[in-house]
Design a protein around this ligand. Sequence first.
Ligand SMILES: C[S@@+](CC[C@H](N)C(=O)[O-])C[C@H]1O[C@@H](n2cnc3c(N)ncnc32)[C@H](O)[C@@H]1O
Length: 234
Amino acid sequence: MNRLIPIPESPSLWRNRSRWNVARFWNWTVRRRLHEFTSRKTHRSLVPVFTGAGARVTQEAGTGLPHTAVTQGQLEVLLAAVAESETMDSPIVEIGSFRGVTTRALAAATKRTVVAVDPYLGEGGHEKDLALFREHTDGMTNIRHVRDVSDAAFTSWSGEAISMVFIDAIHEYLHAWYDFAAWGSLVAPSGFVAFHDVDAFPGVNRVCQRVLKECPQWKPWAYAPNIAIFQRRD
Ligand SMILES: C[S@@+](CC[C@H](N)C(=O)[O-])C[C@H]1O[C@@H](n2cnc3c(N)ncnc32)[C@H](O)[C@@H]1O
């Protein structure tokens, strides 16, 4: 496990505490909002730094796809990372799978298992989205759905290394940072962390800025509008 980045307490744990809990009030009600405020103030384009680092940079998002916010252009860079890591055997994990369109595309492009983590609790994904997930991933034998929130799925994970994680669940700073620190710790050398909504959501954008600034073991690998991919150095 890549333990260089401490794994913080999951913000979801604070939310689930009693409304009168002081730690909940501070962390969930105050600190979380302050982080979103700071993220809005520090939001910036990732293009210059990805370009400067020699990453693959595309300026076109490409056409939209039905049942997902992921565009054709974003899918292309994701699938390039899948192809680049195809010599690895360990699973690919998608945090937030919604209607399964990206899940299916990832699974169709690899022999590896794709683990889709999504609780369908009404926060972005509902029962009707789960029904569509099942429809879209029907017949794909290398997809495993974990119906749980990110932190619970991580806590019950076997510890097996993974080759790639696509982070696309709750787009606030503290949640996205937790997903990166936790799931990123499982990524084997040369594997990938991909973030969706890096331009649309200030919190995710700020997580990418923090990775660039504080995590030299993660190299900027590819960018297309609203998606950024980092590769773990050996
Ligand atoms: C933006 S959608 C994911 C889109 C999907 N990756 C795609 O490419 O089509 C966000 C998903 O995150 C899920 N979600 C919400 N909270 C979550 C959590 N704590 N852990 C994992 N998934 C979560 C929602 O149910 C929703 O389906």
